[in-house]
Design a protein around this ligand. Structure first.
Ligand SMILES: Nc1ncnc2c1ncn2[C@@H]1O[C@H](COP(=O)(O)OP(=O)(O)OP(=O)(O)O)[C@@H](O)[C@H]1O
Length: 850
């Protein structure tokens, strides 16, 4: 019975801590709804704070009574286990009280679990201490009264906790019923990248319903994209949704990129784990051996005897524990390999994910910001080191340290370590809150700095045309100043934190020294133990430093990773269908049927849009600017999905195809084709990656650009410059056509492919286009009507509607809007045009690109 009592006394705070932690972990891993009505819980939170404070005070009063009694009597008047129990409980309850006070939306489950555990332990200890029969353990009147008062308070507190849990209003939203880690899909992309688009890729925020999304559209401007915005959003979320567990839950989507799937890397993890355990053992063995050597030397002083064996063991242990030649070298090598693996996987996944997001995402984002977010893969990666490699071994260290200190000194030393540990954690927690803010500011400012630099360098030409170098310089200087000031403040807060942490551990060391001196003076422990404690002290406090450091690093990594998390939570609106190219190797018949589409709700860009293009036919879209012509091509290539109606290719709805297969069918020549800053050869080969050099030359010949390319000093190896600035507009356009020719698509889409060119170049390109479109279904957008007179069907588009349709001749005879457009461009009366239409067609044919 006495052993049970002692066990309860010494391990009470461990049991309470474990029950709190256990309930928190269950909260993270189960899909509990965490949203709750805050208002009624707020009142009860205040009551809970008061009750916790009262319990802490009762423990502190009783501990003070015990310690003063023992000090007065210069012996253990009260048994050590009871004193240790009360001291540890004072610290535990002070911690619970401060945590509750600090929490805006407490996790009631973990708190209630801790309170109930404490109640059961307190009850058992009271009963056992009365029943044990030992005079020492029997509580005196005042102690018994205090213990009973605590039991009453604990019953009230536990009942309050249960009442809050049972009566809170749960408002689970859809996202809360989604799995934390999505099952890997077998989709085409996932199989080669490891990214599960079915979950990760949400362009619609999976957190919110469509209504919320609309409202979120508003802050989707430059401000909203700043780190500050994400940080504030998250802070709000932490408050609203029930605390940090919910926050951390979101980061679970990165788990597949941190835990290796490769056997070799899993083996690294196992070896690393074993190595970490070996290090823990060495941490104890070295100071222990040091103490033994001191005691042996003390005994053999002036005898001429040297304890060689003990000294040799000490030397070996020193070698194994040394930083640069011991076990830590192996640790570092394994850690680096694991981190590199995770970095590669995460970066690849982030890139693939961003590239897989639809046009509405990319149109609305600043590409510099998106690149920064992808680059944050490193910060997620370092979570591996922080959580798995830094924090877990350190927790083990703390348990070992407690046991070893009890062995070297006594249980009071553990109370001192717990006190130092808790004050260290609180100091770290409170100062880190300030540090987090300053770090976020510093991050926002440095992002602003690099964004500005990127903007200026990429807009170099505009800055020079308007002679605004000085102005831009001043702007940049201000941004750099803001960034450096923010970094400076961040550094200052960091230094203050270090100082406060150092103070905690120095104070603890001082207390332990006093305790050891006291015990040595009364002959309780040998001097060697004091030396061992001194040498072990750094091993005790190192875990605290590591925890503090990990906590700060975790906080900063989480902030940096917020953007990446937001990216990963976007799901592409465009989802794959089941069909691939081989399932539907069609001829290229396109049919738009009653298509409605708008970029924003309530504003249609295309309305009741219906037309059909038979295989091999050419359809021209003409009309005023902004009428929806380019939009037609975008929805045909599925950069967006139609709002209603359908688009079919060879009888299959576009949505039935995988996006990859669908886009393989098209060859698109845009108005402003962009090239990569590589050689012409590589740019053309981009159309079909496996094409031979000869096939590339052939495509260039067909695009009437081969002769020009070979006349360049470096021929096909000529670098085209960023976005193709080193080649002329006409050359660039023909390279773009050659690229599409090499691709050999079944459907060709031309978006004003020649509008920016002079007539001489245009006629050259038209030849190339004739080759490109021959025998292929073609949709062409043209402002110059003369280039589309031979199209099988011309659609006149106005405000998203097809207002006229027919061949050039039919439309001229119709005398409607097309005639108006034609007259404006040719200044020829339609009558004379129709009279001599044979001639006209011939004349235009040479100019026509179709
Ligand atoms: N990404 C977008 N987000 C929101 N609105 C858009 C977007 N792209 C185009 N629009 C709007 O849709 C309408 C149709 O644009 P579209 O580019 O299809 O016209 P267009 O007929 O091709 O014009 P142009 O001949 O000048 O190229 C315009 O009012 C335009 O402002």
């Amino acid at each position: 019975m006495r052993a049970l009592l002692a066990g309860l006394c010494y391990f009470a705070c461990v049991a309470i801590g474990a029950s709190f932690l256990g309930a928190s972990i269950i909260g993270v891993f189960t899909l509990q709804a965490t949203k709750q009505k805050i208002t009624p819980a707020k009142k009860r939170q205040k009551v809970a704070i008061c009750l916790s404070a009262l319990i802490a005070v009762v423990y502190i009063v009783q501990s003070t009574l015990f310690v003063s009694d023992n000090l007065r009597n210069r012996q253990d008047f009260h048994p050590q286990r009871m004193v240790v129990y009360h001291l540890l409980q004072s610290l535990t309850w002070a911690t619970l009280f401060l945590s509750l006070l600090d929490s805006t939306a407490p996790q009631w489950g973990p708190f209630t679990s801790a309170w109930t555990t404490a109640l059961m332990i307190e009850f058992l200890i009271t009963v056992l201490s009365v029943l044990t029969g030992s005079k020492a353990d029997k509580p005196r009147c005042i102690s018994l009264a205090l213990q009973c008062a605590r039991i009453v308070l604990l019953v009230l507190l536990s009942a309050l906790g249960f009442s809050i849990i049972l009566t809170r209003k749960e408002t689970a939203s859809e996202d809360e019923t989604q799995p934390l880690i999505p099952a890997q899909s077998d989709s085409e992309t996932a199989s080669h990248t490891g990214v599960d688009r079915s979950y990760h890729g949400t362009e619609v925020d999976v957190e919110s319903d469509p209504a919320e999304n609309d409202s979120k559209d508003e802050p989707d401007d430059e401000d909203s994209e700043s780190a500050e915005f994400w940080g504030e959003e998250r802070k709000k979320k932490i408050k609203q949704e029930g605390g940090w567990t919910k926050y951390l839950k979101e980061y679970m989507i990165f788990l597949p990129y941190i835990w290796p799937t490769d056997r070799k890397f899993q083996l690294y993890f196992v070896v690393l784990g074993a190595n970490i355990l070996a290090e823990r053992a060495l941490n104890v063995l070295y100071p222990r051996q040091f103490g033994i050597v001191i005691d042996k030397l003390y005994e053999s002083a002036s005898t001429g005897h040297i304890p060689w064996k003990d000294v040799a063991i000490l030397g070996l242990l020193r070698l194994l524990t040394s930083g640069s030649s011991g076990l830590s070298v192996l640790n570092q090598m394994l850690e680096t390999r694991l981190e590199n693996w995770s970095y590669q996987k995460l970066n690849g996944a982030a890139f693939d994910h961003v590239m897989g997001l639809s046009m509405s995402f990319h149109d609305g984002k600043d590409s510099g910001e998106v690149i920064r977010a992808v680059e944050q893969a490193g910060s997620i990666n370092s979570l591996l080191r922080t959580v798995v490699l830094d924090t877990s071994p350190v927790l083990l260290d703390l348990v070992i340290a407690s046991w070893y200190l009890t062995f070297l000194l006594d249980a009071y030393a553990v109370v001192i370590v717990v006190f130092v540990g808790l004050s260290f954690i609180f100091v770290t927690h409170y100062i880190t809150a300030v540090l987090k803010k300053s770090r976020r500011e510093s991050a926002v400012n440095s992002r602003a700095e690099s964004r500005m630099l990127y903007e200026m360098v990429s807009n170099w030409a505009t800055v020079s045309y308007f002679n605004r170098r000085k102005y831009e310089q001043a702007q940049l200087a201000q941004t750099i100043k803001n960034a450096t000031l923010a970094t400076q403040w961040n550094n200052d807060v960091g230094l203050f934190l270090f100082a406060a942490q150092e103070l905690c551990q120095v104070f603890g060391r001082f207390l332990v020294t006093i305790l050891a001196a006291y015990r040595i003076a009364y002959g309780v422990i040998p001097v060697g133990n004091f030396v061992a404690i001194e040498s072990y002290w750094d091993t005790i406090t190192w875990p605290l430093w590591t925890l503090g450091h990990s906590y700060r690093r975790l906080a900063s990594d989480l902030i940096d990773a917020e953007r990446l998390l937001e990216l990963f939570k976007k799901r592409s609106e465009i989802q794959d269908g089941p069909l691939t190219l081989s399932d539907a190797p069609g001829a290229g018949k396109i049919e738009f049927s009653k298509v409605f589409f708008g970029y924003h709700k309530g504003r249609n860009v295309l309305e009741n849009f219906s037309f059909a293009a038979e295989p091999g036919q050419t359809i021209a879209l003409v009309g005023e600017t902004g009428s929806g012509k380019s939009t037609t091509l975008k929805i045909l290539m599925r950069f967006y999905d139609v709002t209603s109606g359908s688009i079919t290719i060879d009888g299959h709805d576009l949505r039935e195809f995988t996006v990859h297969s669908l886009r393989e069918m098209f060859g698109f020549v845009p108005q402003n084709a962009a090239l990569f800053n590589t050689s012409i050869l590589e740019n053309v080969r981009y159309g079909r990656l496996e094409a031979s050099d000869e096939e590339v030359y052939e495509a260039c010949r067909a695009a009437a650009i081969h002769e020009r390319i070979v006349s360049f000093p470096q021929g096909y190896s000529t670098k085209v410059g960023e976005r193709g600035v080193k080649v002329s507009g006409g050359e660039l356009q023909r390279i773009a056509i050659a690229r599409v020719m090499l691709k050999n698509p079944s459907i060709v889409l031309l978006d004003e492919a020649t509008s920016a060119l002079d007539t001489h170049t245009e006629s050259k390109i038209q030849e190339a286009l004739k080759n490109l479109t021959a025998g292929r279904t073609t949709i062409v957008i043209a402002h110059r009507l003369s280039t589309v007179t031979s199209a099988d069907q011309i659609l006149v588009v106005d405000k998203g509607n097809i207002v006229e349709r027919g061949s050039h001749k039919e439309l001229l005879l119709l005398g409607g809007r097309y005639v108006g457009l034609w007259e404006k461009q040719t200044m020829v009366s339609p009558r004379s045009e129709t009279v001599t239409d044979e001639e006209t067609e011939e004349g235009n044919l040479s100019r026509s690109m179709i």
